[in-house]
Design a protein around this ligand. Sequence first.
Ligand SMILES: [Zn+2]
Length: 151
Amino acid sequence: MNETRRCLYCQRSFLPSRYRPQQRVCGQPDCQRRRCADSRRLLLTSDPEYRLVVRDSQKQWWEEHPDYQKERRKANPGLVQRNRQKQHIRDQKRRLARLVRNNLVLDLKHSAAEVCLVGPKVHRLDRNNLASAQVLILPSVVELSARLSSS
Ligand SMILES: [Zn+2]
């Protein structure tokens, strides 16, 4: 007779199937989904043939749905806006990192949350115009920028 054991994912105890005595994950849909995803991920890294099959399958899907991205963007205008904002912030961060490296921007406090004093027009930072300033707080999760002085 089987004994209960602890699920690898949710840590709850469960009774393994008598057909699969080595079962390490409970039958909850979330845990099974995670198990499936993990084994697929592992297979992708360990089995070159499987990787090729998946790549070909994805390639075929994209060939059969060439307008997917265009339609998705059309159906979700908020998505486009969000992507644009995220890209803008990534661009700002990249520019800031370069400018801090080149000592064009004063790094007020270097930590996990970076604080930099920068000029009013972030897209023109390369021109080193620091006449008025802006505080950019760039933590990993929340992006915030507030003007110290107006231009
Ligand atoms: Zn579980």
